[in-house]
Design a protein around this ligand. Structure first.
Ligand code: CU
Length: 280
């Protein structure tokens, strides 16, 4: 669905690359046109009033005031349009983002951990199981605190700054932070959510165009905030599998003992990490 997006483009909004983004673009574009019309209307009215009721023409105050109902009708129409925008479009769109998560099996679940001033991404690796995380394991070489004793974490993929996802598949990102409040913002995906220490906040989107996109931090989180950037690469399914394989091989060569044989035995011990969303 394409539409006139003159103001969005004028304001420098990058082209949308997510399945729900056009709805956000429509609301933004319409709101800007509506506000522009209100601005022109009220400005014209203001100038009219300054001239019409100037002191030279009205030396004494008129105690009867306005008799026509035009301004009341106008005000009411503005309130009505704003109510329709809010109740008819904005709130349902927001409710869908926060209430209707894609099923866990269908979606790709990624842990996103913010820190001053970078983004860490954590994927479960070939076994589909996330390794346990704990703050006591945090170090420079273990930026997300992956438990080295948990077999489920042996093949996990941890990347700094770059996340790959396949096109046309819903992605659930579970956000957290190691220090202060950050905001995981994907402008081209038309989505953002805060990463708050001590919380796991799920957010989801479906990329519909392959390409390389910017990840930025949307909260003023410290002196290096403006440099807190990352890359989101939306791959074709084949490219994504290649990337996964490469990363998994890297993870395998870095991790301690090979985990192949122990994978199935420790499943129960491997899932104590709280997860607010279904995923896998
Ligand atoms: Cu930040």
């Amino acid at each position: 669905m394409s539409s006139l997006a003159l103001i969005n483009e004028f304001l420098g909004q990058p082209p949308n690359a997510s399945s729900h983004g056009y709805q956000i673009d429509h609301i933004l574009e319409f709101c800007h046109w509506f506000m522009g019309a209100l601005f022109l209307g009220w400005s014209a009215f203001f100038i009219f009033v300054l001239i019409r009721f100037r002191r030279g023409r009205h030396p004494a105050a008129d105690h009867h005031g306005v008799k026509s109902g035009v301004s009341t009708h106008l005000e009411f129409s503005v309130v009505l349009i704003e109510a329709v925008l809010l109740l008819g479009f904005a709130i349902p769109l927001w409710a869908k983002r926060v209430n209707q998560f894609p099923p866990g099996k269908e979606a790709l679940l990624v842990h996103v951990v913010g820190q001053q001033f970078s983004w860490n991404f954590h994927l479960p690796g070939p076994d589909g199981q996330f390794g346990r995380r704990d703050v006591s394991f945090l170090s420079n070489s273990n930026p997300i605190g992956l438990d080295p004793n948990d077999p489920a974490g042996k093949d996990d993929i941890v990347t700094a700054g770059e996340l790959h996802v396949p096109v046309d598949r819903p992605v659930i990102t579970e956000l957290s932070s190691k220090d202060v409040i950050h905001d995981f913002f994907l402008p081209e995906m038309r989505i953002a959510a805060d990463a708050i220490p001590g919380s796991l906040i799920p957010m989801w989107f479906t990329p519909i165009k392959t390409g390389t996109y910017e990840v930025i931090c949307g909260q003023l989180c410290g002196l290096g905030h403006s440099g807190m950037k990352g890359t989101l690469v939306v791959d074709t399914p084949a490219d994504y599998q290649t990337w996964l394989k490469e990363r998994a091989e890297l993870a395998g060569s870095q991790g301690a003992p090979p985990a192949g044989a122990q994978k199935t035995e420790n499943k129960a011990a491997a899932t104590p990490a709280p997860s607010p969303s279904p995923g896998g």
